[in-house]
Design a protein around this ligand. Structure first.
Ligand code: HEC
Ligand code: HEC
Ligand code: HEC
Ligand code: HEC
Ligand code: HEC
Ligand code: HEC
Ligand code: HEC
Ligand code: HEC
Ligand code: HEC
Ligand code: HEC
Length: 321
């Protein structure tokens, strides 16, 4: 391994020495030269060592601190017999070769939907090893259909992939989902901005059979994952709660307490006619003081009907206990 000793002599970063030692077995390039007529793409002859000649900065070497650099795992890009850098970047033999002045260096696979490499092509390299993670559901999902690249969410040259950690995931998503960013900053929101919860608490980003990439089949089942106490069954159901929590709550954040999509009297009155309410005489006009706000009591429908999610009390049919 002359490259190793050479690097060490030049006093390269310690990490590089470790990295090189770890991959002391050069890539076995088995797929080369099997089909003479088709001019197969050329892999480099010395795997990562070839690449290090020109790419040895810290940003690139960080890949060796990731889960992808496990020489002991035969499925890892740096496992025995694997193609190392080229497992992901594709055949780099021509790219790594000599290039005449004025001539363009043949590219390797680059990552990200704005990188120039078609998304389907780059994703195929990842899916090749990750069919189990992204197979069936991924294909045809909102992200796949809209040509989002695996690498738009995942960072490979890093010890920690930010999208996998609860505290850092949302930022990755906000890059494209500005509306959810705005909502998450509202006064009442799930604790995403505090890094205590992630979008993946409710969404299965690789796609699912559920609408909106939800983690469960329905909105409510998704919520029950964490709000199990709301599941019921209730003796007296409140129809909208049994149907869809989203009838009253905006899970991405809202300006109203309890993450309600509207303030209480309006919220309730958006379905319940004020006129039909038997307690109507008790609104402001019916008060001794005669305070001229008809919302004085209306604002607090829940003062009386506090079991808005449903009631298990024998006489809770009006959701008051
Ligand atoms: C002889 C030097 C040389 C070698 C060897 C080499 N590269 Fe490159 N590589 C370059 C240069 C120069 C660029 C930037 C200009 C370009 O893309 O043409 C580049 C660009 C890249 C890029 C794109 C960087 C970007 O900013 O998007 C990737 C990825 C890459 N190389 C990977 C590899 C891999 C993997 C190997 C080993 C198989 C390798 N390179 C070997 C010189 C080299
Ligand atoms: C040669 C096979 C191979 C290729 C190609 C590959 N991976 Fe992996 N990947 C692995 C293995 C092996 C692991 C480790 C699995 C484990 O720890 O259970 C892994 C782990 C991961 C993880 C989890 C990392 C963690 O910290 O837990 C992510 C995310 C990932 N890969 C994404 C990608 C993406 C994106 C690409 C394409 C740019 C890609 N992989 C290409 C084999 C591969
Ligand atoms: C929209 C963002 C996004 C895209 C695009 C994406 N992923 Fe992921 N990926 C995630 C998130 C978020 C997780 C963590 C899942 C969790 O915590 O439940 C994850 C987890 C993973 C893991 C770790 C194992 C697992 O399933 O939990 C692998 C491997 C992986 N992704 C591979 C891929 C591959 C391959 C692609 C492209 C086909 C891809 N991802 C596209 C967001 C994404
Ligand atoms: C698991 C797949 C994977 C492996 C293995 C891998 N890369 Fe990358 N590479 C990527 C992805 C994805 C990006 C886009 C940036 C990121 O995610 O960190 C990238 C970006 C790059 C870039 C351009 C961006 C930068 O940070 O300068 C270069 C150069 C590069 N890789 C070289 C290499 C070399 C050299 C190796 C082998 C030592 C290697 N890659 C191994 C997936 C991989
Ligand atoms: C590179 C841009 C990009 C990133 C990063 C990204 N998305 Fe998306 N996402 C899209 C596009 C494009 C769509 C499809 C159009 C739409 O519905 O807005 C989409 C759709 C969705 C949908 C709705 C799907 C549907 O079927 O209605 C959800 C949910 C979603 N993304 C969640 C996430 C989460 C969670 C993350 C972070 C883990 C994330 N996205 C990261 C671009 C992105
Ligand atoms: C508390 C659960 C929850 C969390 C956390 C969550 N979502 Fe959602 N998201 C939902 C539900 C439920 C829907 C479906 C809304 C509907 O059916 O009307 C949805 C829908 C979406 C949609 C589709 C467009 C829309 O608004 O209907 C996108 C995009 C989206 N979410 C992105 C994100 C992103 C990005 C994050 C993280 C920053 C995130 N979500 C966090 C529950 C959640
Ligand atoms: C991954 C877990 C998780 C899921 C799934 C989840 N939540 Fe939450 N929810 C939380 C946490 C954590 C809080 C904050 C509790 C606290 O601050 O004490 C919360 C708080 C709330 C609150 C109270 C906010 C307040 O200001 O009092 C509402 C309302 C709520 N969630 C509705 C929903 C709805 C609707 C869904 C389904 C679309 C849902 N949640 C899914 C974890 C979750
Ligand atoms: C008919 C409207 C309505 C529906 C539908 C609804 N909620 Fe609520 N929810 C409320 C109101 C009103 C509050 C009290 C808000 C406040 O504190 O001011 C509330 C409060 C909450 C809270 C805060 C904790 C608590 O007990 O006060 C959680 C969590 C919650 N709801 C979850 C859910 C879940 C999960 C669903 C779906 C099963 C759901 N809600 C459906 C109206 C509704
Ligand atoms: C999305 C529409 C919707 C919203 C919003 C809504 N409700 Fe309801 N509510 C219903 C439906 C539908 C019923 C069932 C009516 C029936 O069975 O005749 C119901 C039943 C009730 C009942 C029991 C009525 C009876 O005759 O047994 C009460 C009390 C009630 N709602 C109070 C509230 C309060 C308080 C709010 C605001 C926090 C609210 N509702 C918000 C749709 C809604
Ligand atoms: C001061 C207490 C109080 C307040 C505040 C209150 N209600 Fe009621 N509500 C009642 C009582 C008591 C009944 C039951 C009457 C009965 O059993 O005949 C009732 C019954 C209902 C019913 C069932 C109607 C029916 O025809 O049986 C609905 C729906 C309802 N209330 C909605 C609301 C809404 C919406 C608000 C807020 C705008 C609200 N209530 C505020 C005390 C209140």
């Amino acid at each position: 391994m002359s490259a190793t000793t050479e690097r060490r002599r030049r006093g390269g970063p310690l990490l590089l020495a470790i990295a090189l030692a770890a991959i002391a077995t050069p890539a076995v390039v088995s797929s080369q030269g099997t089909d003479e007529t088709a001019e197969p793409p050329k892999y480099s002859r010395k795997g990562a060592d070839t690449c290090f000649q020109c790419h040895d900065d810290q940003a690139v070497l960080a890949v060796f601190r990731s889960k992808h650099a496990m020489p002991s795992d035969p499925d890892s890009p740096f496992g025995h017999g694997q193609l190392q850098c080229e497992s992901c970047h594709g055949p780099g033999g021509d790219h790594a070769g000599r290039v005449r002045r004025g001539q363009e260096r043949p590219p390797v696979v680059r990552f990200g939907s704005d990188s120039g490499t078609p998304v389907a092509e780059q994703n195929a390299y990842c899916v090749d090893c990750h069919l189990a993670n992204t197979g069936f559901a991924w294909h045809g999902s909102g992200h796949d259909e809209n040509t989002v690249a695996c690498a738009d969410c995942h960072t490979s040259h890093s010890e920690r992939d930010p999208v996998l950690a609860i505290a850092t995931q949302a930022e990755v998503c906000f890059d494209c989902h500005q509306q959810q960013r705005t909502q998450s900053m509202k006064p009442y929101a799930h604790p995403l901005r505090h890094g205590k919860m992630a979008c993946s608490g409710c969404h299965d980003t690789h796609g699912d059979t559920a609408d909106s990439l939800l983690a469960r089949q329905t909105n409510n089942d998704t919520c029950f994952d964490c709000h199990a106490e709301m599941r019921g069954p209730y003796l007296w159901e409140h129809a909208p709660a049994a149907e869809d929590c989203g009838n009253c709550h905006d899970p991405h954040g809202s300006n109203y307490p309890g993450m309600l999509s509207m303030r209480a009297p309006m919220l309730c009155q958006s379905c319940h006619s004020q006129a039909g309410h038997p307690s109507l005489p008790q609104d402001a006009r019916g008060l001794p003081s005669g305070t001229p706000s008809q919302f004085l009591l209306g604002q607090t429908c829940m003062n009386c009907h506090d079991q808005v999610h449903g009631s298990n009390h024998p006489s809770g049919s009006k959701l008051m206990r």
